[in-house]
Design a protein around this ligand. Structure first.
Ligand SMILES: [Zn+2]
Length: 85
């Protein structure tokens, strides 16, 4: 059974995902420079995953939707896709 999805939201760009997009790109750079514990990274990935799903489904800018689709094809999301199909 699919788990409840805590970050689902489908109103981009009138939702938190736009802010999250800026937030997570900063975080990603920070984490590459200064590694953090695995559960923090996992939580961040989960949050970013749903953000990209929201952008892919709802953004009115085709270029952004394409970029989100490309992001979601990355192998880093494979486990999350199984967990939250
Ligand atoms: Zn959203």
């Amino acid at each position: 059974m699919a788990k409840h999805n805590p970050y689902a939201c489908y109103t981009f760009p009138n939702c938190g995902c736009y802010e999250r997009l800026c937030h997570w790109s900063e975080k990603a750079e920070e984490w590459i420079a200064n590694p953090v514990p695995e559960e923090i990274v996992r939580e961040g990935l989960l949050c970013a995953y749903f953000m990209y799903l929201c952008i892919e489904a709802n953004c009115h800018r085709p270029g952004w939707r394409r970029a989100a689709t490309l992001q979601l094809m990355h192998p880093v999301w494979t486990d999350l896709r199984k967990e939250y199909p």
